[in-house]
Design a protein around this ligand. Structure first.
Ligand SMILES: *[C@@H]1O[C@H](CO)[C@@H](O)[C@H](O)[C@H]1NC(C)=O
Ligand SMILES: *[C@@H]1O[C@H](CO)[C@@H](O)[C@H](O)[C@H]1NC(C)=O
Ligand SMILES: *[C@@H]1O[C@H](CO)[C@@H](O)[C@H](O)[C@H]1NC(C)=O
Ligand SMILES: *[C@@H]1O[C@H](CO)[C@@H](O)[C@H](O)[C@H]1NC(C)=O
Ligand SMILES: *[C@@H]1O[C@H](CO)[C@@H](O)[C@H](O)[C@H]1NC(C)=O
Ligand SMILES: *[C@@H]1O[C@H](CO)[C@@H](O)[C@H](O)[C@H]1NC(C)=O
Ligand SMILES: *[C@@H]1O[C@H](CO)[C@@H](O)[C@H](O)[C@H]1NC(C)=O
Ligand SMILES: *[C@@H]1O[C@H](CO)[C@@H](O)[C@H](O)[C@H]1NC(C)=O
Ligand SMILES: *[C@@H]1O[C@H](CO)[C@@H](O)[C@H](O)[C@H]1NC(C)=O
Ligand SMILES: *[C@@H]1O[C@H](CO)[C@@H](O)[C@H](O)[C@H]1NC(C)=O
Ligand SMILES: *[C@@H]1O[C@H](CO)[C@@H](O)[C@H](O)[C@H]1NC(C)=O
Length: 864
């Protein structure tokens, strides 16, 4: 180095002189410099781009604008990212990875004049949808080409297959923005015989894997590429293969070699997650003794985990999650170097006692046994886990107290023990770096430990559905990073801390079903992020806090089942995202009719039942329920409750992190104004709310007729107008309500003939009883026959209450069956589902989902 400098200095005047005649070979030639400068000026620098980016292999790279150092007054061979042949002065390498470049990459780019390039790395920039030029095929000396994560789009040109010296090719796009024309993938593999490393990620290959793979291949990564067909066993026999990743190609059927794998000498990483590998894990895996990473996540594997896996003494990362593996878990655990083990969501059973007599636990960082059928206690005498960072044991049948060693783990980030049968107190935590703590759905008791409220990074604290008692200390407001705070369904007392409004990152706040009292005088600060607030099922009194107006993103507000006495908080109309508003069972009073226009345009569910509201039904309110005027079924426009995408902060494009969340539709739209003192007519405008599934106006003082317009409610499933003073006949048009499953018109003053038709033929007496003069089936009085009293039916009273309760729960739950992807949204929606009493059949699915979201988010974090 010093020597080189010295020589350089000695020669400098000479070089300077000669460079004008541009004849010295090891200086960058003018035309090259010019081409590079032209290239530089094609792009802008995006100074907002991340300062860190990731090589395709996962290596983290510092990002900075390399082309800023390019200027005429210096030798281009000294420019950042430019490398020249020392003897010829030709530019042979251009490495502009992570250079914050932004702009279109045209086919006439001057870079194609640098015909001697051997290595080109343009990865991790933003060429915003530029095509990959066929001219890349003209770099006849090229050995390395990296175009990944730079927003290229369109077809991969066939000309790439002319790069006969290519050893390294990496292309990764936004999902499926890049594709191959039929046969071109095959062509490339056939022609590029020197290829050693091939990375194609999110490229729509949509083909089978050809037979003729270069035997030089050491790395073959084709995750998320729409591969199909049966994978030839030949791939496993490639003699130099070290790393094979074909994950997330669900149409690709893989059969593992049942005898020896030829590549066993070298295979270090194998990821076949998310392919179709139906069947058992063959014993032959035991030959892969060099293996360090084995991921067979979500491959439809069944049977037991073969004992031969114990022979993999070098394995560090094993993921067999989301399969149908069975058998006792205690046969496992002989992996001396294992750092990360995931067996999440299988059918493994047995107890965890092996943890207490295993001596090789020190290297463990990540352990996930969630969603299995493990039983018994967690052994209390476990030692050596001091490096454990992530522990997930949720949704098993584990019981007894949570042992102290867990609370004493010094490096713990995540602890999820939810949905088990743990009892006893939550102890103080030793770790000060907790990110996620979820202990919900156990039988834990006692106070919330102080150390939990003294964490710098905690963003999800979920302790709901336990028997925790005591106050919610105002020190909870120290948790400035908190995004999810769920303390619902416990026995917490006292008031809601005033300072909660200071938690500006909070998205979800749930204190429901406790014994909290006092007024809600928390001030929600301007600019807060709250999406969900649930204070229902407490003893809160006073008024609805005006500062809720600052919750601009609020989608769900549930203040039901409290003792709030206020008038209708019509100012909530300023919350443009509000989709669900529940004020049921409080002491609200006054009229909700208002001459000014309401704008609850996004409202899907409004439940004001069991209050003291009076006056006419609010025509002005109904007029503005825009979202209810859409019949999702009919228009094909599918509406989702709380369908938000937090693209930048959470959606993850790194391989293996695609969430694959089920997107179940929700169009369940509900109006429940029952059990108030509303009077006047039922406005016919309700007929415009064609998305309505449930309409409950029962137990009011409504008069007039049933509006004919209700026949437009073609997806209406439940209509309850009972216990009012409604007169006249049932409009015959209602017979067209083909979705109607529940009808209650009892205890009114209806007369005339009950409509006939499919649905109407299914209702029983109880739907009509207690009216003055209804006739026709199912009543005993024949329509058109003599007058008479309808047949006496079972008295209702309590029965009816219960029935009503049930049906309202069902409809309430069904609402939450739809949601989009995206991490936060996943969290919030799952959160909503879990916090309400969802039907049992639903639970498995959403716990899986929640777990997926949590742990995948973590993996992402871990990697970075
Ligand atoms: C060119 O680059 C050199 C070194 O980076 C710098 O010292 C010089 O000021 C630059 N000149 C211009 C005109 O930008
Ligand atoms: C390159 O092509 C693009 C689009 O075809 C055009 O806008 C641009 O002017 C061209 N640049 C040069 C230097 O020819
Ligand atoms: C480009 O540079 C990065 C480090 O800055 C390196 O990881 C990568 O391998 C280089 N690309 C090529 C094709 O050599
Ligand atoms: C990429 O560049 C385009 C414009 O060229 C811009 O609209 C887009 O926001 C950029 N994307 C990112 C992630 O910076
Ligand atoms: C395949 O490679 C050969 C020689 O390396 C070359 O002549 C031929 O043009 C290539 N085929 C295609 C379609 O690129
Ligand atoms: C991939 O390409 C095939 C045809 O080339 C197309 O049918 C398919 O829809 C594409 N898949 C995606 C996810 O874009
Ligand atoms: C998965 O593989 C099994 C047999 O190995 C086959 O029957 C099934 O059709 C395959 N599924 C898909 C989606 O390819
Ligand atoms: C595993 O190792 C044992 C000896 O340690 C050996 O007997 C057995 O054959 C090996 N199994 C496989 C599948 O390699
Ligand atoms: C814990 O579970 C085990 C295994 O299911 C059972 O035998 C034991 O009785 C349970 N203990 C308690 C305290 O319920
Ligand atoms: C908050 O409410 C409590 C009663 O619930 C009351 O004593 C206190 O004065 C209120 N604080 C403010 C600032 O309004
Ligand atoms: C609410 O209740 C308090 C105390 O019970 C009472 O003083 C107040 O007048 C009530 N407010 C309304 C609007 O009814």
């Amino acid at each position: 180095m010093g020597y080189v400098n010295l020589v350089f200095f000695m020669l400098f005047p000479f070089l300077c002189h000669l460079s004008f005649s541009s004849s010295l070979p090891h200086l960058c030639t003018k035309d090259q410099a010019l081409a590079l400068l032209q290239f530089k000026h094609m792009f802008t620098i995006n100074h907002d781009a991340f300062d860190r980016c990731f090589h395709i292999t996962g290596q983290s790279i510092q990002s900075y604008p390399k082309t800023l150092s390019w200027n005429k007054s210096t030798d281009c061979c000294s420019w950042d990212g430019v490398y020249c042949d020392e003897t010829t002065g030709q530019v042979i390498e251009l490495n502009l990875t992570c250079s914050k470049l932004q702009g279109k990459f045209h086919s006439n780019s001057s870079v194609f004049q640098l015909s001697n390039l051997k290595r080109i790395d343009l990865s991790n920039n933003n060429f915003s949808g530029s095509y990959i030029s066929p001219k890349f095929g003209e770099f006849s000396s090229l050995t390395h080409l990296d175009l990944s994560d730079s927003r290229f789009a369109g077809l991969i040109p066939a000309e790439i297959s002319r790069l006969s010296k290519l050893q390294f090719l990496s292309i990764k796009s936004d999902p499926y923005e890049i594709r191959f024309e039929p046969h071109n993938f095959e062509l490339i593999l056939k022609n590029l015989t020197r290829l050693r490393e091939l990375y194609l990620v999110y490229v729509n290959i949509s083909s089978t894997i050809p037979l003729n793979l270069s035997s030089y291949l050491t790395t073959l990564w084709l995750p998320f590429t729409q591969l199909y067909g049966v994978l030839t066993e030949r791939v496993f026999h490639l003699s130099n293969l070290e790393s094979l990743d074909l994950s997330d190609n669900p149409q690709l059927t893989v059969r593992f070699p049942t005898t020896k794998w030829n590549s066993s000498a070298s295979l270090v990483k194998l990821d076949l997650s998310g392919v179709n590998a139906t069947g058992r894990i063959p014993e032959s895996f035991g030959h892969l003794t060099t293996m360090r990473t084995l991921e067979l996540y979500s491959c439809s594997l069944s049977g037991s985990i073969p004992k031969s896996l114990w022979n993999l003494t070098n394995i560090e990362d094993l993921n067999l999650g989301y399969n149908h593996l069975e058998g006792p878990i205690s046969d496992l655990f002989r992996f001396g170097k294992l750092r990360s083990l995931s067996l999440v969501n299988n059918n493994l059973d047995g107890q965890l006692e092996f943890l207490s007599f295993n001596r090789s636990l020190t290297q463990f960082e990540y352990l996930d046994f969630s969603l299995n059928s493990l039983t018994g206690p967690i052994p209390s005498n476990v030692s050596g886990m001091q490096n454990l960072q992530f522990l997930y044991l949720s949704s098993n049948h584990l019981n007894e107290t949570i042992p102290s060693w867990i609370f004493s783990l010094p490096s713990l980030y995540d602890l999820d023990l939810s949905d088990n049968h743990f009892s006893g107190n939550i102890q103080e935590f030793k770790s000060k770096i907790l990110d996620i703590v979820s202990l919900k759905q156990n039988q834990l008791q006692g106070p919330i430990p102080k150390t939990l409220l003294n964490q710098r990074d905690l963003y999800s604290l979920v302790l709901s559905h336990n028997n925790l008692s005591g106050l919610i200390a105002s020190t909870i407001c120290n948790l400035k990073t908190l995004e999810v705070l769920d303390l619902g369904s416990n026995n917490l007392e006292g008031t809601i801390p005033l300072c909660l409004g200071e938690l500006t990152r909070l998205l979800i706040l749930d204190f429901s079903n406790n014994s909290l009292s006092g007024t809600i005088n928390t001030t929600f600060s301007i600019g807060n992020q709250l999406i969900v607030i649930k204070f229902d099922g407490n003893k809160l009194e006073g008024r609805v806090p005006q500062s809720l107006i600052n919750c601009k993103y609020l989608e769900l507000l549930d203040l039901g089942n409290n003792e709030l006495n206020d008038t209708f908080p019509k100012w909530l109309r300023a919350l443009l995202n509000l989709k669900i508003l529940r004020l049921r069972s409080n002491k609200f009073v006054g009229s909700i009719k208002d001459s000014s226009t309401y704008k609850f345009a996004q409202i899907r569910i409004i439940d004001l039942s069991s209050n003291g509201f009076t006056g006419d039904l609010p025509v002005g309110l109904f007029e503005n329920f825009e979202a209810m005027k859409i019949n999702g079924e009919k228009s094909g426009t599918r509406e989702y409750v709380a369908d938000i995408y937090y693209t930048n902060s959470f959606i993850v494009t790194t391989k293996g992190l695609d969430l694959e969340l089920p997107r179940v539709l929700t169009t369940n739209i509900i109006i429940d104004l029952s059990r108030n003192r509303f009077e006047g007519n039922i406005p016919s405008i309700i007929g415009d709310l064609v998305g309505l599934r449930t309409l409950n106006l029962s137990h009011n003082r409504l008069e007039g007729h049933i509006p004919e317009s209700l026949h437009q409610l073609s997806v209406l499933e439940s209509l309850d107008l009972s216990s009012n003073k409604i007169r006249g006949e049932i409009p015959q048009q209602l017979a067209s309500l083909k979705s109607l499953e529940v009808l209650n018109l009892s205890h009114n003053h209806l007369v005339g003939c009950i409509p006939k038709g499919k649905q109407f033929d299914t209702f029983e007496n109880s739907s009509y009883q207690g009216n003055d003069g209804l006739r026709g089936l199912p009543l005993s009085k024949d329509c058109g026959g003599n007058e008479g009293v309808p047949q006496a039916t079972t008295p209702n009273g309590l029965d009816q209450e219960e029935e009503e309760g049930d049906s309202s729960i069902i409809s309430w739950q069904a609402v939450f069956m739809g949601y989009g992807c995206g991490l936060v949204i996943g969290l919030s929606i799952i959160y909503i589902m879990l916090s309400t009493q969802y039907p049992a059949w639903f639970s498995r699915m959403d716990v899986e989902l929640e777990h997926k979201i949590l742990t995948r988010m973590k993996k992402h974090k871990k990697r970075h």
